[in-house]
Design a protein around this ligand. Sequence first.
Ligand SMILES: Nc1nc2c(c(=O)[nH]1)N[C@H]1C(S)=C(S)[C@@H](COP(=O)(O)OP(=O)(O)OC[C@H]3O[C@@H](n4cnc5c(N)ncnc54)[C@H](O)[C@@H]3O)O[C@H]1N2
Ligand code: MOO
Length: 422
Amino acid sequence: MTARPESPYPMLPVPEALEVVLAQAHPLPAQTVPLAQALGHILAADVVAREPLPPFPASVKDGYAVVAADGPGDYPVVGEVTAGRVADFRLSPGTVAYITTGAPLPPGADAVVMVEETERLPTDDGTPRVRIHARVKPGDDVRPVGVDVAAGQQVLAAGEYIGPAEVGLLATAGVTQVPVYPRPRVAVLSTGDELVEPDQPLGPGQIRDSNRAMLLAAVAANGGIPVDLGIAGDSQEALEAGVQRGLAEADILLSSGGVSMGELDLIKPLLEHAGTVHFGRIHMKPGKPLTFATAQVAGRKKLIFGLPGNPVSSLVTFYLMAVPAMRQMAGWPNPHLPRVQAHLAQPLPLDAHRPEYHRATLRWEPSLNQGRGGFLATSTGSQASSRLLSMRTANALLELPQRAGRLEAGDVVTALLIGPLG
Ligand SMILES: Nc1nc2c(c(=O)[nH]1)N[C@H]1C(S)=C(S)[C@@H](COP(=O)(O)OP(=O)(O)OC[C@H]3O[C@@H](n4cnc5c(N)ncnc54)[C@H](O)[C@@H]3O)O[C@H]1N2
Ligand code: MOO
């Protein structure tokens, strides 16, 4: 009797595999990008404001600049200051000046009365007059110099994510060349003789290549720069050429297909040859044959994920392993997918042999937790690795334990977020 074929690769638990991946993923060398391209990057240096904001005492309201000690009464309006101008006069006690929101307070004034607390009076000599109804204190409705941002204050720290507010703070500080960690370039190669381009009719035995379009989109959606390597057939030469091109052009290479036990599953041996294979199987479903390798190319370490060919397996393992690696290379201090608790909307069968990452759609349900609210997880249905419809509308992967039996509706599980909670 001959020995049964068996994979030589130990099956790593997912948390251990993720540690192995993250130990290899290092932030890319920092660069400078124009402010208009900074969104979505991680800042690589602290940002300090040189000037205070506001740089002058500024009115908070549309109304009248006054000397607070004057109190309510009728006053001549001796001038006006609108935002962007400065007063060419000094306000004396017993007079007021018209002012708009954001305009510099004229010298001599120490407070603002909003227009709703005043009344225009008829004029006899051409000088406008106003009745002030409100009593104000010095400083009322005035933003002192530096109240929003002090000169020398640190407004952003290295390691922070640049969202819209941070773009605004960079603009406030006058930083138009922004030090950031670049987005990783991620190349995507589909493998398999059965694959044709999505615009092709299907011949016998053929299917359309869905993984490449999907993974290129997933790379872009997760902050990477996608690089399309096309389809490589199941030959050593074609695969080798695809892998070499990916390693030359990108920081991370994603291949899909050809990593399990078939005679044409050539990716593992090819990666053993091209670099170091760190693991060749993980203890989970779907995506058991995920293979992770690194290669040194022109002095730079490249990461390679041999994703399983089944469309669901490739996308799930992309989220679990490649997204954290991409984030770490892009400078994220915490590269992990966010995790929340969710209540099951229906019973779910468990797998006795592997922990499962069950695709589900999470939404906020106000009636959960005795009316305090919580996330309700609705399964996407049959979880076959080939059924991409099981990823449709999924914004979470439920972390189901390896065990016989099932979970019941209402049971609480942890969920990794892979999409917006819309
Ligand atoms: N004897 C064993 N067979 C298999 C095992 C095993 O342990 N022993 N593992 C199974 C598991 S789990 C998975 S997952 C798959 C992964 O297989 P491969 O990575 O080798 O992928 P392929 O065999 O090339 O393809 C699998 C499946 O996916 C389709 N595919 C591949 N690429 C694409 C693409 N770009 N777009 C759409 N569909 C694609 C392909 O046609 C196959 O149907 O292996 C099991 N087998
Ligand atoms: O792990 Mo495979 O992904 O079950 O189909």
